[in-house]
Design a protein around this ligand. Structure first.
Ligand code: ARG
Length: 389
């Protein structure tokens, strides 16, 4: 029997996909990637087996997700269209890489995923798999089957005794991990409609947040966040801790219309509580320790970096080359940043660093001033010279 490794979430689509693939002669191995979505993996594993998977893998991908995907993207300050912090986009190449590895181990000839034909995730899964092993076949059941509605799909699941915990009314399509959550569909499809309160999962509304600001201090060492308020944390704990504090202060919400790779615009809402704090702090610390040319050049690459991630080109040569350059810029990104979280805003209110390039004796307007203002005149003459008639 030919074998396929399916990226399995435990939801309706990927559960139906198991049966659908079986019906087409595949032996299905389910792969569940733990990227910090905080679900009951034992229950999901059981569901996969009782639906018909011949074997289940649960991969704890959290450390790899943080070290190899989140950190480089944070170092790049990469946000798609200036707003989306790429939480979902980052997990796809990671999971796909593991699908390919399991396929090799199990001598499977194919991988499968439960993405629709309208989204970006299918592109990320497939482009990654093709880069890593072009010989593997790729099957996308959701793109092929012809359920006209969710109701029809649920009826199919019931007919085939697929164990599910779904209701006919599913309000949103949600993808969650340690770095954030993506929420779409339902009322959100009207881009003019304000997202209802219940759409958000990781943050409270600004009006429900405390009336007093929360101050936090984040320490970085060579670009890596290592402490909160002077206390050392491993990265997973640090991110979880920030998700809590920021979420409680309504920090990290994004509501946007974005341009998908497949050509359509879509309205999505996101929550990135920890990531929002870390991006703000990291970006600010860079402004203190990177010289002007390096900072500006780096900034000119950040937009491109985000596009590459969004477009599924994680394993491209350009992305790798940018990583090498960006990694080199992080050596001096060491220091502390103070953030003020208040009713949805995340403001940097202080920064300091042993590698600081800020020189008070040059910037000051007091008697401590050491800046030789006489030098400015000659500098300006020469600077403007090429442009004079
Ligand atoms: N639009 C985002 C992206 O392309 C989020 C996708 C969310 N996926 C989902 N299954 N809800 O990365």
């Amino acid at each position: 029997m030919k074998k396929v490794v399916l990226a399995y979430s435990g939801g309706l689509d990927t559960s139906c996909a198991i049966k659908w693939l079986e019906g087409r002669g595949w032996e299905v191995i389910a792969y569940i990637g733990d990227v910090g979505q905080g679900e009951d993996f034992a229950a999901i594993e059981k569901r996969a087996l009782s639906t018909g998977a011949s074997k289940v893998y649960v991969g704890d991908l959290k450390k790899e997700f943080i070290d190899d995907f989140i950190l480089p993207t944070l170092h790049a300050n990469a946000s798609y269209e200036g707003k989306y912090l790429l939480a979902t986009a980052l997990t796809r190449p990671l999971i796909s890489k593991h699908l390919v590895e399991v396929a090799h181990r199990e001598k499977a000839g194919a991988i499968a995923h439960g993405c629709t034909g309208k989204g970006n995730d299918q592109v990320r899964f497939e482009v990654t798999a093709r880069i890593l092993d072009p010989k593997l076949e790729i099957v996308a059941p959701v793109r092929e089957w012809e359920f006209k509605s969710r109701e029809e799909e649920i009826d199919y699941a019931k007919r085939l005794n697929i164990p599910l915990n779904v209701t006919k009314k599913k309000v949103y399509s949600i993808d969650k991990n340690l770095w954030g959550i993506s929420i779409e569909c339902g009322v959100l499809e009207d881009p003019y409609a304000e997202p209802p309160k219940d759409a958000y999962q990781m943050t409270v509304s600004p009006e429900d947040a405390p009336n007093k600001p929360a101050y936090i201090e984040i320490d970085f060492e060579s670009g890596i966040p290592v402490k909160i308020d002077g206390k050392k944390y491993g990265l997973e704990d640090l991110i979880e801790r920030l998700n809590k504090v920021a979420g409680k202060n309504a920090v990290g919400r994004v509501d946007m219309v974005e341009n998908r790779l497949v050509g359509i615009k879509s309205r999505e809402i996101y929550e990135f509580p920890a990531a929002t704090c870390l991006y703000a702090a990291h970006r600010d610390l860079e402004s203190l320790v990177l010289d002007r040319e390096l900072l500006h050049f780096k900034q000119s690459l950040e937009y491109k970096y985000a596009e590459l991630v969004y477009y599924g080109l994680w394993y491209s040569q350009l992305k790798r080359s940018l990583d090498a350059l960006i990694a080199d810029t992080q050596k001096n990104v060491t220091g502390s940043v103070r953030l003020k979280l208040y009713k949805g805003s995340c403001a940097v209110v202080g920064r300091r660093s042993p590698k600081s390039l800020y020189k008070e004796e040059l910037a000051t307007y007091t008697e401590k001033d050491k800046f030789d203002q006489k030098l400015a005149e000659g500098f300006i003459r020469l600077w403007g010279l090429p442009f004079q008639k």
